[in-house]
Design a protein around this ligand. Structure first.
Ligand SMILES: O=C(O)CCC(=O)C(=O)O
Length: 300
């Protein structure tokens, strides 16, 4: 699907674009099924895949009835033959190319599972916090609903136009249960008043800018709220994080003449960005809690 000029303008103005019915239910069914297979151990996990348990499960605050009720996210599904068909799907890539340019690489992939009975909220945050690449406008996300998402089951919430601001300080929200690395922008009192709830049907897809403030609410239903997502960057981005651990993971080019190759990264650390400068909380504290939860999350 090539973008219309109205769609481009709306993305540039608001920082996001919803494309209804980008996928039919058959495509979406296989990704949802694959999540179940992976979580229940019926499918092998790809090399870097991380299945994260929900914090309430990890802390014993709720007793899940099955494996799927225990999981908050599957990070880095790259290499999974079924889930990869999402990140490499032409319907996604054509829109991404329209927004970011012709040659793009995949920089992150995940499934988000919001089971019933857990808090599961995502505080308002900006994804750029997690990415070493700049400039921000050459990065973008796709997020596809794997079932109808509503205010009641914790749909995405966005703050239109917030992508025109800067990367903000983030910290752990003051909630009783917060999943590891679900950081929130600290100063959001005004922004939260302008939030818009994106209620979507199965297969509807939202594309968004990495500076867009977004999050999601609690699942107050007795059913699951699941989504599949991928992040992309134009190959012309440069790696700008401080520290020496450059290119510690392969970023695969997914469009254009170098499709299939691993990005061979331009590094620009003249004015290095230290992501820790954007963390409002004690890093030691966050890492300590994070490690403990990760250990629990990966223990079957
Ligand atoms: O799907 C959701 O609930 C929010 C996902 C999200 O914003 C994230 O994981 O960064």
């Amino acid at each position: 699907m090539s973008l219309t000029s109205d769609q481009r303008e709306s993305y540039e103005r608001d920082g996001y674009l919803v494309v209804p019915e980008l996928f039919d239910s058959a495509s979406v069914d296989r990704w949802r099924e694959r999540l179940i297979e992976i979580v229940s151990g019926r499918a092998e996990r790809s090399e870097r895949m991380l299945v994260m348990k929900d914090v309430m499960v990890a802390k014993g605050a709720v007793a899940p009835k099955n494996e799927l009720e225990a999981v908050a996210k599957v990070q880095d599904y790259e290499g999974d033959p079924v889930l990869d068909t999402y990140a490499h799907d032409d319907r996604i890539l054509e829109v991404i190319q329209g927004l970011l340019g012709d040659e793009v690489m995949s920089i992150h992939t995940m499934l988000i599972n919001k089971p019933p009975n857990v808090d599961g909220r995502h505080p308002l945050h900006q994804d750029l916090l997690y990415f070493p690449f700049r400039p921000a406008e050459k990065i973008g996300a796709s997020w596809t609903a794997l079932e109808p998402v509503t205010r009641e089951n914790g749909c995405l919430v966005v703050v239109p136009g917030s992508h025109r601001g800067k990367l903000q300080p983030h910290g752990s929200p003051d909630w009783e249960y917060v999943n590891v690395a679900y950081l929130g922008a600290v100063e959001v009192a005004d922004a939260i008043e302008q939030r818009v709830h994106l209620e979507m049907n199965t297969g509807d897809t939202v594309f968004f800018h990495p500076l867009l403030l977004h999050g999601s609410g609690r699942n107050r239903t007795k059913a699951f709220r699941r989504a599949i997502s991928a992040h992309y960057a134009n190959v012309a981005v440069t790696w700008e994080w401080a520290g020496g651990d450059y290119l510690k993971r392969p970023y695969r080019i997914v469009t254009g003449p170098r499709k299939g190759e691993i990005w061979n990264g331009q590094i620009n650390t003249e004015t290095p960005i230290n992501p820790l400068d954007y963390l409002a909380d004690s890093v030691d504290e966050m890492l300590r809690v994070g490690d403990a939860n990760r250990r629990r999350a990966t223990t079957p």
